[in-house]
Design a protein around this ligand. Structure first.
Ligand code: NAP
Length: 278
């Protein structure tokens, strides 16, 4: 491969037209004056292995992976980071110069970096964390909260079995609450996370009772459409520190961009505005 080859990257999924990743990476490519391209690629599950084989030969330095390929790509990788193995899913692929395919998962990293940037005084050890939801995103959130030293994660999910499975996986620092008692999980929690799709435009509203929400809590919502969800609005009214979910999307992209294009990009108002734009 020629040294002057223009680096290419993509988001691979199906469907993929809704993804904000091209806008995000293109903004950084322009900002840092990098001669590279980032495109959306709608690839069917049956074609994934073949496409993966050919991408590096075409000049791709890596890809983001989204639904429905996040789990399957682990089988196509030569190297899987510990955090991707723990998640059972990858969102970032690096096609290394030595031909090896490297799979990583930066969702948990993005979640924590967003909290740290949006709530600089956030202290993971200040008290229990409440997590609503037990899907793929919740798994990354729980793993990263425990990794930061949170002593107890209170978990509530509509389907109790999914929450119980995460408790089995992550151990006794996770406590499961029945869905009807989800408000009790939030009661007095120092960190509150909505990791369900509730409150997202087009989805049912977030109706977990917030009577016990402490004004000292740091509250974040993974949902970022709308940017200010009803959960964040209520939390703000109560006096909590709130952090919206857009920053998680931006921060999870930082390690990928750095590995592919050689510059660690900044998450600032400019990139937020670009991603929120039309
Ligand atoms: P997922 O695996 O499909 O999980 C969806 C979660 O929402 C499950 O816990 C599900 O509960 C719950 N849920 C859905 N409909 C519900 C309802 N009507 N009542 C109660 N609970 C309901 O999705 P995911 O990948 O974890 O994503 C969850 C949310 O996080 C999505 O809105 C996604 O857009 C957002 N997200 C944001 C970022 C970011 O960068 N900000 C990153 C990843 C995800 P059940 O188990 O009972 O179905």
């Amino acid at each position: 491969m020629s040294e002057n080859r223009i680096p290419l990257a993509a988001v691979v999924g199906s469907p993929v037209a809704h993804s904000r990743s091209p806008v995000l990476h293109r903004y950084w490519l322009r900002k840092y004056g990098i001669r590279g391209f980032y495109i959306p690629m709608d690839i069917a599950a049956d074609d994934l292995a073949e496409v993966f084989k050919s991408l590096p030969k075409q000049g791709f330095v890596g890809v983001n992976v989204t639904i429905p390929h996040k789990e399957r790509v682990l089988e196509l990788a030569d190297l899987v980071t510990d955090r991707a193995a723990l998640m059972g899913a990858a969102n970032t692929i690096i096609f290394r110069r030595d031909g090896k395919v490297h799979a990583d998962n930066t969702d948990g990293y993005g979640f924590i970096e967003n909290l740290r940037q949006g709530a600089p005084d956030w202290n993971p050890k200040a008290g229990p964390a409440a997590v609503i939801g037990a899907g793929g995103a919740a798994r990354a959130v729980i793993a990263s909260l425990l990794d930061c030293g949170v002593s107890e994660v209170r978990l509530a999910n509509r389907t109790r079995g999914r929450a119980d499975a995460l408790r089995t996986e992550f151990g006794s620092r996770v406590t499961v609450f029945d869905w009807v008692a989800a408000g009790n999980a939030i009661d007095g929690a120092a960190t509150v996370v909505n990791a369900s799709s509730l409150g997202m435009t087009g989805k049912p509203p977030f109706r977990v009772p917030l009577d016990g929400l402490s004004p000292k809590a740091v509250v974040t919502d993974l949902v970022y459409v709308p940017l200010k969800t009803p959960l964040l609005e209520t939390a703000e009214r109560i006096g909590c520190t709130t952090v919206d979910g857009l920053g998680m999307l931006l921060h999870q992209a930082v390690p990928a961009f750095e590995r592919w294009f050689g510059i660690r990009p900044e998450v600032d108002e400019g990139v937020r505005a670009a991603v929120l734009g039309p």
